[in-house]
Design a binder for this molecule. Structure first.
Ligand SMILES: Cc1cc2nc3c(=O)[nH]c(=O)nc-3n(C[C@H](O)[C@H](O)[C@H](O)COP(=O)(O)OP(=O)(O)OC[C@H]3O[C@@H](n4cnc5c(N)ncnc54)[C@H](O)[C@@H]3O)c2cc1C
Length: 386
């Protein structure tokens, strides 16, 4: 078992780190202050640097590297701010992966190169008002008629709603109830019948947009069917990689918080000496570092098990669950170590804590991950309905 990154992996991570620190800090500050996603020019710049195509196949304009490489890059952006990491997240682990793996060739040719070039960011639309954890209760329906797909229904909480360039929409396609009737379609922004509700005000996640999405007789070409009914397990396979992306957003937030706190405790003096000289501070810093390192190892283990494919539900749920809890603890500890400065909006500690909380709800709650983990351990699913 080798825990070392290769020279190439280190070089890629360092390039992402140098770039993110040089060019993304100011962009992030603006995203946070104005609560606006990064501009198209920023996405084009990310594309120009190759950061939007790390694990995209070469045939579609990507670098064709593995998922680990993509997550190494993502962590460096997440250390700066989730808003600047989002375009990287969506291109590397987002629903575009379901298109890449299961979509029709014509759909892939139409959108994958545009993801790599920064022209298209694709969001995921699964949740509905009555289908959150009970996702298989979703009601949005696609009917395939002649050569077209007609979509009706609504979605809630989609990150990117109203500003993304396309949506992977989970919907009911067949007559079967529950998971069996679920598939997914691709809905490009701007199609007739697609509209959005008012923008949600969230606790964190500034620099991303969230809103209800409405589909009223949205007509799509047949090749926009990503997976037909019966394809829910495939969608969940792709989602196992997204869980590792969610975990990496947590890891970046926590690692960034640790880095800032470590610098702060060496600079800040009380009682005539740097506060790092107090043992209680040393213990806190050590605990934070242990949690960050353990989280990184769990994430890397999950993706290394399936470098170019999708990780297992057990590995990705363990990585996500640990990261979701870890980031709340580490960003909270960092804020505390920075005292009044931690609580001030002049520094990123409070933003990191606000953003940290959301990841243990997004992508399946912490408790539901634990149920997945227990199911994997005993080798059977637990029926939540009976
Ligand atoms: C920041 C953020 C970003 C998001 N981004 C997206 C997105 O891009 N696309 C998208 O489709 N959705 C997105 N979501 C929605 C997210 O997937 C749901 O919020 C999540 O699945 C939980 O659903 P819910 O909010 O309806 O809560 P509920 O399902 O109502 O759950 C409420 C509570 O009950 C608990 N609970 C429910 N059922 C069980 C059970 N069987 N056993 C034990 N506990 C249970 C949950 O753990 C939770 O604590 C996002 C949410 C957030 C907060």
């Amino acid at each position: 078992m080798n825990f070392q990154l290769t020279d190439d992996q280190r070089a890629l991570r360092d390039a992402a780190r140098t770039f993110a620190r040089a060019e993304m800090v100011e962009v992030a500050r603006e995203c946070e202050a104005k609560n606006q996603p990064p501009s198209r020019a920023v996405k084009k710049r990310l594309a120009e640097m190759g950061f939007l195509g790390v694990n995209m196949p070469v045939a579609y304009g990507g670098m064709g590297l593995g998922n680990l490489e993509a997550l190494l890059v993502l962590e460096e952006f997440a250390k700066i701010h989730p808003a600047v990491a989002f375009p990287v997240f969506e291109s590397a682990v987002g629903p575009i992966k379901a298109v890449e793996r299961f979509g029709t060739e014509s759909l892939k040719r139409a959108i994958l190169p545009k993801v790599v070039s920064g022209d298209v960011v694709v969001a995921i639309a699964m949740s509905e008002p009555d289908a959150g954890t009970a996702l298989t209760d979703l009601k949005t329906r696609a009917v395939i008629k002649g050569g077209a797909i007609i979509l009706n229904g609504m979605k809630r909480w989609s990150t990117g709603a109203g500003t993304a360039d396309g949506y992977v929409v989970y919907c009911r396609i067949g007559e079967d109830k529950g998971a069996k009737g679920i598939g997914a379609v691709y809905v490009p922004a701007g199609v007739k019948g697609l509209s959005f509700g008012a923008r949600e005000e969230l606790m964190g996640f500034r620099g991303t947009t969230t809103a209800d999405i409405f589909f009223e007789n949205v007509e799509l070409p047949a090749d926009h069917l990503i997976v037909p009914e019966g394809g829910f397990p495939k969608l969940m396979e792709a989602f196992d990689l997204e869980r590792c992306g969610n975990s990496t957003m947590c890891l970046g937030l926590a690692a960034g918080a640790l880095e800032d706190a470590l610098a702060y405790v060496q600079e800040r003096s009380q009682f005539g000496k740097p506060i790092v000289d107090f043992q209680a501070v040393q213990l806190k810093i050590a605990e934070m570092a242990m949690k960050v390192e353990a989280s990184r190892l769990l994430i890397h283990r999950a993706v290394m098990g399936a470098e170019h494919g999708f990780p297992s539900v057990a590995d990705s749920s363990i990585a996500k669950c640990f990261a979701n809890e870890m980031v709340r603890e580490v960003t909270g500890a960092a804020l505390q170590l920075m005292g009044g400065y931690g609580y001030s909006k002049a520094y990123p500690a409070e933003q990191r804590l606000r953003d940290a909380w959301g990841w243990g709800i997004a992508g399946g709650t912490i408790d539901i991950q634990k149920i997945n983990i227990a199911a994997a351990l005993v080798g059977r699913r637990f029926d939540q309905r009976r």
